[in-house]
Write a protein that binds this ligand. Structure first.
Ligand code: FES
Length: 159
């Protein structure tokens, strides 16, 4: 049995566990959608820390690996819907890159349920709330990601 399933059987640990989720979002759609969710006062999990980038095409898969190394239990990547990218095709590049990256992460043993990929537009505050709540629920079930953090250099373990 691995560490994750051991932790899931420990009910006391699960109650106290609050997942840390890092979200890489594009400035033009998802960030604005997340802002709309906030200004609309939608209730959602508060476990997400947002890193805003110009476009999902700018998101290097290494950012995700670093997030896990630095203490994230899960990662969200979200940008403009297909055909809505403000840089024409950045999200298409991201979609292709992450299809390969997703398979690679699975191959090296990272549970894909720790990664969420979505498209959220500037008018979809409610969708952002749903993406966040679903990602937090999914990662909470999996438990803390200590197994991955243990691989990181000691000085890099906390975000
Ligand atoms: Fe949003 Fe490119 S600007 S994905």
């Amino acid at each position: 049995m691995n560490d994750e399933s051991d932790r899931r059987q420990d009910g006391a640990a699960d109650v106290a566990f609050e997942p840390r989720i890092t979200a890489f979002v594009c400035n033009w759609c998802t960030y604005t959608g997340a802002d709309l969710a906030g200004t609309s006062r939608l209730h959602m999990a508060s476990n997400v820390r947002i890193i805003r980038l110009p476009c999902t095409g700018r998101i290097d898969p290494l950012f995700i690996i670093k997030a896990f190394e630095r203490g994230a239990d899960g990662v969200i990547v979200s940008g403009c819907h297909p055909a809505d990218c403000h840089y024409t095709s950045g999200n298409y590049h991201a979609r292709r890159r992450f299809a390969v990256f997703h398979d690679l992460m699975e191959f090296i043993g990272v549970d894909p349920r720790r990664m969420t990929f979505s498209w959220v537009s500037a008018s979809e505050g409610a969708k952002w709330r749903d993406v966040v709540d679903e990602a937090v629920r999914s990662v909470r079930e999996l438990g803390p990601y200590d197994a991955y953090r243990a691989l990181a250099p000691v000085g890099d373990r906390e975000i």
